[in-house]
Ligand binder design. Structure first.
Ligand code: RTP
Ligand code: MG
Length: 137
């Protein structure tokens, strides 16, 4: 069965949207197999966001991800990686379609980085890599 790593980012946790994100995941029919509220660390984020190191938004992204607790979860279900990306919507919450998490609940705050409530793995391979980082065996 396919798995995805989903994070409710610090903005989502701060705004009390963790339950709403879980509700949408479960309503879709996916299963939560791990769930933990935790603080990220610079080391963990350097691994998680390795592909973004050196990009202009990398430093503000790490600062944002360290600004409060994150709800980390492993979601399981048929094609759930692609399925959760559909539930999440476009990266830019202003452009994200209504009906999606980012489209319904996110907006542009005019800050240095998109604070867009959730992360979802972008491929089954990324998912296994990210699950290993957040939930080492
Ligand atoms: P995610 O990895 O969080 O699921 O989001 P994504 O695939 O839609 O976006 P990605 O390109 O992987 O970027 C990772 C996160 O970096 C922040 N970002 N801000 N120009 C900006 O302000 C900007 N670009 C990227 C977002 O938090 C994005 O989710
Ligand atoms: Mg991404």
């Amino acid at each position: 069965m396919e798995r995805s790593l989903v994070l409710v980012k610090p903005d989502g946790v701060r705004r009390g949207l963790t339950g709403e994100v879980i509700r949408r995941i479960e309503a879709k029919g996916y299963t939560l197999v791990r769930l933990e509220l935790r603080e990220a660390t610079p080391e963990l984020l350097a691994e998680h966001y390795a592909e973004h190191q050196g990009k202009p938004f990398y430093e503000p992204l790490v600062e944002f991800m360290l600004s409060g607790p994150v709800a980390a979860m492993v979601v399981e279900g048929e094609r759930c990686v692609e399925g959760f990306r559909s539930l999440a919507g476009a990266t830019d919450p202003t452009k994200a379609a209504p009906g999606t998490i980012r489209g319904d609940l996110g907006r542009d705050w005019g800050l240095a980085v998109q604070q867009n409530i959730v992360h979802g793995s972008d491929s089954p391979e990324s998912a296994e890599r990210e699950i290993g980082i957040w939930f080492p065996a």
